[in-house]
Design a protein around this ligand. Structure first.
Ligand SMILES: [Zn+2]
Length: 336
């Protein structure tokens, strides 16, 4: 068992000064053999942290629930949809059991598992999602959170199983922002290597499965709100839009950078603009427009859970725009 797995809480020392080398070490240790690896959960945990980097509150805290919601969604896709084993040896591991049990219990499956097409995580009922996330949180807060803390020599974050949160060491948080894309790539690479070792099938595109494991297809709920609240025009070119599938829901800051679906980052766009913009940053002069748009949205829909009013501020989009650019997303789309 990895060191630290049974800790119930831990704190980083705010007085300890971390050099750039110390910061590099936190992550090189996580990826090295010093950190014991019988499952892929450590990689999944780091991915869930990176995917949640912009969901921290003012104290740089993240709830276990937001971390393990992302984790559960990734594993649902990797384990059930792509059938990728995440564990060494004969066992499939506890996360597999949790996901499988819920899948078997769905009324439409009637206990038949093997040959059914697995629906995406986002299409499960809210009740099923909550149950899975809660069981995954129990399992991982027991074995993963303390172990990763110990691997980082207590420098990465403070955590408490009682309050079910982690709080980033601010120096490490800044480091993660500066190097997000690079750390994400190394994490995928090491995870893919692990999958290659424990899965017999060859020819799998592990990297792509990992990268897209939280990509959603169905953005209808976001489209619906934006349609209800705003003029039916393309955010970028102003073309009139109809309430149908030709109207795209565009990630203002590209999905491939944020890896998250947030209402405040969505705009309605015509298919031409959306496809032509693709992975690029939007024109800088659109930033003020979306910030103003989001003020209206927050005002009208303050209680809507899709809004994230506890973490979103006027600074969020300009800040993400800047951070995306230093992470290599520096190509700006200039129009269709
Ligand atoms: Zn357009």
């Amino acid at each position: 068992m990895a060191a630290g797995w049974n800790l119930s809480e831990g704190s980083y020392d705010p007085r300890r000064i971390l050099t750039e080398e110390d910061l590099n070490d936190i992550f090189s240790v996580l990826f090295s053999n010093q950190s014991k690896n019988t499952t892929s959960y450590k990689f999944g945990f780091l991915k869930a942290i990176l995917d949640n980097l912009y969901n921290v509150d003012i104290n740089l805290s993240l709830s276990f629930t937001s971390i393990f919601a992302k984790f559960a969604e990734s594993y649902w896709n990797l384990v059930l949809v792509h059938k990728l084993k995440q564990c060494r040896g004969a066992s499939q591991g506890k996360i597999y059991d949790i996901l499988h049990e819920e899948w078997n219990n769905l009324p439409e499956n009637n206990g038949r598992v093997e040959n059914t097409n697995v629906i995406p995580f986002e299409s499960l009922s809210a009740e099923s999602q909550v149950k899975i996330i809660s069981n995954v949180t129990k399992e991982c807060s027991k074995y993963v959170v303390g172990a990763t803390y110990a691997d980082s020599k207590g420098n990465f974050y403070s955590f408490s199983k009682k309050s079910k949160t982690i709080t980033f060491n601010p120096v490490v948080y800044q480091y993660l922002l500066r190097h997000k894309t690079m750390i994400e790539k190394v994490n995928y690479f090491e995870w893919a290597k692990f999958l290659h070792e424990v899965n017999e099938s060859s020819g799998n595109d592990y990297l792509e499965s990992l990268d897209y494991s939280t990509k959603r297809n169905n953005l209808d709920s976001y489209r619906k709100i934006l349609f209800e609240e705003f003029e039916h025009r393309c955010f970028y070119c102003g073309a009139p839009l109809k309430d149908d599938r030709n109207t795209h829901v565009d990630h203002f800051i590209p999905w491939s950078f944020v890896k998250d679906d947030k209402l405040w980052n969505f705009v309605l766009a015509c298919s031409k603009c959306n496809e032509s913009k693709n992975n690029k940053l939007p024109p800088r002069e659109k930033i003020d427009l979306i910030v103003n748009r989001n003020r209206i949205l927050l005002d009208r829909r303050a209680s809507d859970s899709l809004i994230d009013s506890n973490v979103y501020t006027d600074e969020t989009i300009p800040y993400l725009y800047k951070v995306a650019a230093i992470n290599g997303f520096n190509e700006v789309w200039l129009g269709k």
